[in-house]
Design a protein around this ligand. Structure first.
Ligand SMILES: [Zn+2]
Length: 136
């Protein structure tokens, strides 16, 4: 913006009075383009791009040894920066150590199959065997 104003002032000074409207148009286009890019970027992030088939993630997780169910799967981000948040149900009789191991496996399995996922937060829950999907 400032640069456009300076350029037009210089051109007017050099004897091109028509430079001002032209610079105005150029500045307007740059501003519009920047605005468009900002809007596009923020909507991509906000919309959560239900990207990634939550279903695809849940399918991977269902196949992990020790997982008795999963729900509240959420994703954030876009492109090559997807964050996953998931509740994983495990046998209540497991030790913390065993449950943690399952959480690690879940994280690794998702990241391995979906390289765009950069981080996985696993919330471990004791509970009964239930299929993965939307739920409590
Ligand atoms: Zn839960």
């Amino acid at each position: 913006m400032t640069l456009g104003v300076i350029v037009s002032l210089v051109l007017i000074g050099l004897g091109f009075p028509e430079a001002d409207p032209i610079a105005g148009i150029v500045v307007g286009l740059v501003v519009a383009r920047t605005g468009f890019m900002i809007i596009r970027e923020s909507t991509e992030t906000l919309v959560d791009r239900s990207y990634s088939d939550i279903a695809a993630i849940e399918k991977i997780v269902s196949g992990v040894e020790g997982v008795d169910g999963c729900h509240e799967t959420r994703t954030r981000g876009a492109g090559n920066n997807v964050f996953v948040d998931i509740h994983v149900v495990v046998d209540p009789a497991l030790s913390v150590e065993e449950a943690h191991l399952i959480a690690d496996r879940v994280e690794e399995a998702i990241k391995k199959d979906l390289p765009e996922v950069v981080d996985v937060v696993v919330h471990i829950e004791p509970g009964e065997k239930t299929p993965c999907g939307p739920g409590k």
